[in-house]
Design a protein around this ligand. Sequence first.
Ligand SMILES: Cc1cc2nc3c(=O)[nH]c(=O)nc-3n(C[C@H](O)[C@H](O)[C@H](O)COP(=O)(O)OP(=O)(O)OC[C@H]3O[C@@H](n4cnc5c(N)ncnc54)[C@H](O)[C@@H]3O)c2cc1C
Length: 491
Amino acid sequence: MTIQTFTTPATPPIEFGTDASAVRAHMPAVAAVAEEHIAALARICPTDSSHADRAEHGRDWWPLAMRWALAGETPQMPGAVCRPRATAEVSAVLAYCNDNRISVTASGGRSGVCGAAIPVNGGIALDMTSMQGIDSIDTVSGIVCALAGTFGPDLEDAARSHGLTIGHYPQSVAISTVGGWVACRGAGQYSTRYGKIEDMVHALEVVMADGTVVRTGGAPAGAVGPDLTQLILGSEGTLGVVTRVWLRAHPLPEVERRAAYSFAGLSDGFEACRRAIRNGASPAVLRLYDGAESKRSHGGDGTEAVLLVLDEGTETVVDAAMSVTHDACMSMGARVLDTDLVEKWVHHRNDTSALQALTRKGYVVDTMEVAANWALLDDIVEQVETAMLAVPHARAATCHLSHSYIEGACVYFTFAANPPEDEFEETYRALWSAGQTAAIAAGANLSHHHGVGHSRASFMRQALGNGLDVLAAVKKALDPNGILNPGKLGL
Ligand SMILES: Cc1cc2nc3c(=O)[nH]c(=O)nc-3n(C[C@H](O)[C@H](O)[C@H](O)COP(=O)(O)OP(=O)(O)OC[C@H]3O[C@@H](n4cnc5c(N)ncnc54)[C@H](O)[C@@H]3O)c2cc1C
């Protein structure tokens, strides 16, 4: 049935500071998975219990996990790594684990930055990257069906070979999978035109905790009770394991247009973006950087905010979007900049080597993305940056707008600190607590696209209030034995 298969390997986040076979778990020890269970799972699908493989599957790109890796530690060791090759194998693994109360933590590229793929309770890591491929492409309706472990470039190349694009380009596109995008409700850099992943999913195949295989969606829209596809989106492997994803695809763009502007400050730039969006423009890329980030990446005096605009699609539509955006910018006193800035961004947008270099040098460095209504953005930026900079050893807290919607936007903070060695973790956690608490208090949500995982779980009550009890009830109903990715999403 699969029309194209791939074997892209997952890329480790950072080298361990020691041989992977000597790596220790950082979190408190958990019960081992009994040999008889590992043997039974190995009869279902390839299963590896080597120390090095388990150590790799104990971590993702969460900055504290990267820090611990440099010291020869992984957050937690799963008892074994299972690599199912088909939905039937996923189903059999889950049924077995459910019957035997073994925790199952699904993983894709392990590019998550909140520790969502860390098997905090041990159990098994369910590595989905042996399920890579394209099942079908419907060029009339524009629907691509991919196996969950398919990596971003393979998916997009396959779509393009049929004159289509998915248009989902997270910065981690090369190291993340379709299943991981769905599980974390991710967003790509061209989201203002193509939407977030939840806008792109047409249907899902999901394996529930007891091994039952369910299909959701399958029509362009519906009124068939609550949308089960949306229930699974963002569930971070806690409600089911995604095995197949049907994605909406668009015709390849006819044209691309670019523009760049600068504003007296971030607030004027926010207002220009708001006016553009509310007047009906949805350019694929609308990225506005505060003074510090503009100076660092695009030049400027440290106060001016730079806006990069890029759109693609049908010529008439794109020209209209660029024109509406231009008018909105000029109405806020913008200065037109050279489009070379957009060219530079296009080429460097996925390069995170500078952040990894800072991690190696012992800096605390991380990002926090939240979404909020337009009316609240100025205040949120001020509250979050003030709170973060008040944390001892904080060095920087900067912001850019990365995704826009009719009623608001995602604001993305980058923060850094330079604490003494023995205060690293305390400083890291204090920065998160200060920033996240200030953001929620000022009206933002908890996360726009990185998800919750392990690192943000403690903020879920603050973020959802008694909505968290509703989520917990759903979890209890769908996974009564609590085997699926325990300890995540604040559940
Ligand atoms: C440098 C960098 C840049 C990034 N940029 C972006 C960005 O622009 N936009 C964005 O949205 N994110 C971004 N991220 C975060 C990350 O790439 C996304 O969260 C991505 O969706 C994770 O996919 P993954 O395959 O790596 O999933 P993993 O990290 O392996 O897993 C993440 C979560 O999904 C669950 N999961 C994985 N596969 C399945 C499955 N098949 N079924 C059920 N649950 C599953 C896991 O259990 C875990 O809870 C970035 C990360 C890095 C390191």
